[in-house]
Design a protein around this ligand. Structure first.
Ligand code: BTN
Length: 240
């Protein structure tokens, strides 16, 4: 395992994907003080002022059946929620698949998983001391939620611990989300299940319904007037 922290980079995910092509080992961790071209899900960008957040990526080559690798971004969300749960005064939940929301529903963190060269690179962007005027309307930071400064390094270290614990338990269970306890714990953190949702699908169309559950492959099960739909990806908005 190795952890490298760099002052500035384009994208920690892009850098680890390039490293994966050069056979970098499982467990390589790269964090940056500042990302210039941070990437988000669904072709969005992730911006964070220098030094204001945690931007970190993991290069993983889990020895689990490939169908189960889809749990990695959800696992990362659970580990992040657990780590952030240590910050007094901050209550969070996970919006499916893996956005970390504060109690009022604003976004604290996003997770992007990308696949290349037989590896999975999972990256996390967490707003720690970002000010309100530096955030989109739908975003928030740990300091804003806690109402006082939050130690960024302490949050990162705690996250590295919770991530490692979760990842090893899951890998040891050969990626089984049930026997490793991951599916249960994910559902406990997930505020999407039970909510009325509007989902924007990858093709741009939208779908409305009630989020009923997350199945064993990590897909969101939505009850709509047209019947039950299982979603592998999409952009969810909680409407109630
Ligand atoms: C999202 O909410 O759309 C996902 C955001 C993911 C951002 C992180 S920051 C570290 C890693 N490197 C990137 O370029 N993106 C991810």
């Amino acid at each position: 395992r190795s952890l490298e922290v760099v002052p500035e980079i384009g994208s920690t995910n892009a850098a680890l994907l390039a490293a994966a092509a050069e056979d970098a080992p499982e467990g390589t961790v790269l964090a940056a003080e500042h990302q210039v071209t941070g990437r988000g899900r669904l072709d969005r960008v992730w911006t964070s002022p220098p030094g204001a957040g945690v931007t970190v990526s993991f290069l993983l080559r889990p020895d689990v059946p490939s169908a189960r690798r889809g749990w990695l971004p959800l696992l990362t969300g659970v580990a992040l929620a657990e780590a952030v749960g240590e910050v007094p005064g901050v209550r969070t939940s996970l919006k499916w698949p893996n956005d970390l929301l504060a109690a009022g529903g604003a976004k604290l963190a996003g997770i992007l998983a990308e696949v290349g060269s037989g590896a999975v690179v999972v990256g996390v962007g967490l707003n720690v001391s970002t000010r309100a005027d530096e955030l989109p309307d739908t975003g928030t930071s740990l300091a804003l939620e806690a109402g006082r400064p939050v130690d960024r390094a302490a949050v990162l270290l705690q996250f590295l611990r919770t991530f490692e614990r979760r990842y090893l338990a899951w890998a040891q269970a050969l990626g089984d989300p049930v026997s490793s306890g991951l599916a249960r714990d994910y559902l406990a953190w997930c505020s999407t299940v039970g909510a009325d949702v509007v989902v924007t699908l990858p093709d741009g169309s939208t779908l409305e319904g009630v989020a009923e559950s997350v199945d064993w492959d990590g897909r969101l099960v939505v009850g709509t007037t047209q019947g039950v739909v299982e979603l592998a990806s999409g952009d969810v908005r909680h409407v109630r």
